[in-house]
Design a protein around this ligand. Structure first.
Ligand SMILES: *Cc1c(COP(=O)(O)O)cnc(C)c1O
Length: 305
């Protein structure tokens, strides 16, 4: 899997049930790359794993929240490619309740060891002194930053677009750290418009993106973050459910659901012009649905089907 190139299908979506348009929307099904190492997390980890193997590391260490797609993906690659894995988890509330959280339970079954730290300590995650403490505690490890974004991750993400994808007017993807978008921008043609839909409030990812590419054929929007990271409402859930009913394609509530909602709204508003061709990336993230449904149940909100 690491050496090969996964074959990913581009699927045409009929927007008819959602709006009247002659735009063409195609979705790149990166979510189908692997049942657990899906979408952009595979792209971001690929060259890091090759590098870690080459440099003789046996252990991967990374950071994330308790519902993180990245934590699940790192745990899964560890199991599949023979690395020990350590997850440094933000917040201590699940310290002896791992079984209550679907993501952490999955990661644990893959063999991941956890270190739960306070939200305050978590802010030290890029400080050398803090990493040194982790080295004393765990020994030698290959460090993958939170969200997995580094130079090798961008290299992996720049393999998402294929030659035939360079004819679309727009390329759309959801944005966490901005690593995936950076890879897409790098490999896009200058005449294409790349749109990033931030899953978080603000567009602070611009500084990260500008580290990796000097191209400017992109926009980063936070208009469709629904109030912030992992925030959802009934409108979003109902949209995701009807999208799945019509297309049979599941979306995730943190990233791809918000992107798809945003794309349709931009077409409605004429900000994506009629007759445009749009390629959007299904970056995966479906493992998060179980955890989100547990939260929705407690809040008496509709569940993701
Ligand atoms: C992690 C993730 C993203 C964000 O990727 P970045 O490279 O951090 O911007 C987008 N979509 C899904 C499904 C993800 O899991």
């Amino acid at each position: 899997m690491l050496e090969g190139k996964p074959s990913v299908i581009n699927q045409v979506i009929s927007l008819e049930p959602f709006l009247n348009t002659n735009c063409k929307l195609v979705i790149k099904r990166e979510d189908l790359i692997h049942p657990h190492i899906s979408g952009n997390k595979y792209r971001k980890l690929k060259y890091n794993l090759i590098n870690a193997k080459k440099e003789g590391f046996n252990t991967l260490l990374t950071f994330g929240g308790a519902y993180s797609n990245h934590i699940a993906a790192v745990a899964s690659v560890g199991k599949e490619f023979g690395f020990n894995t350590i997850g440094v988890i933000r917040g201590e509330e699940l310290i002896d309740k791992v079984e209550l959280n679907a993501t952490l339970l999955f990661a644990k079954k893959c063999g991941m060891k956890f270190l739960f730290i306070s939200r305050k300590d978590y802010q030290l995650k890029t400080e050398k002194a803090f990493i040194d403490i982790l080295k004393t505690k765990f020994g030698k490890f290959y460090l993958i930053p939170e969200g997995g974004t580094n130079q090798l991750a961008i290299k992996g993400c720049s393999e998402i677009l294929k030659k035939e994808d360079l004819n679309y007017d727009f390329i759309c993807a959801s944005v966490g750290t901005g690593g995936t978008l950076s890879g897409l921008i790098k490999s896009s043609k200058n005449s294409q418009n790349v749109i990033g839909f931030s899953a978080l409030k603000g567009t602070f990812q611009l500084s990260e993106i500008n580290k990796y590419t000097h191209k400017s054929n992109f926009k980063l929007l936070d208009d469709y973050c629904f109030g912030g990271y992992a925030k959802v409402n009934t409108q979003l859930i109902n949209f995701m459910n009807s999208f799945k009913e019509v297309t049979a394609i599941p979306l995730d509530p943190i990233y791809t659901g918000k992107m798809m909602f945003g794309i349709i709204d931009l077409i409605k508003k004429g900000l994506i012009k009629e007759k445009s061709s749009i390629l959007c990336i299904h970056t995966g993230g479906l493992q998060g649905i179980v955890g989100m449904n547990n939260i929705l149940k407690k809040k008496n909100l509709p569940l993701i089907k």
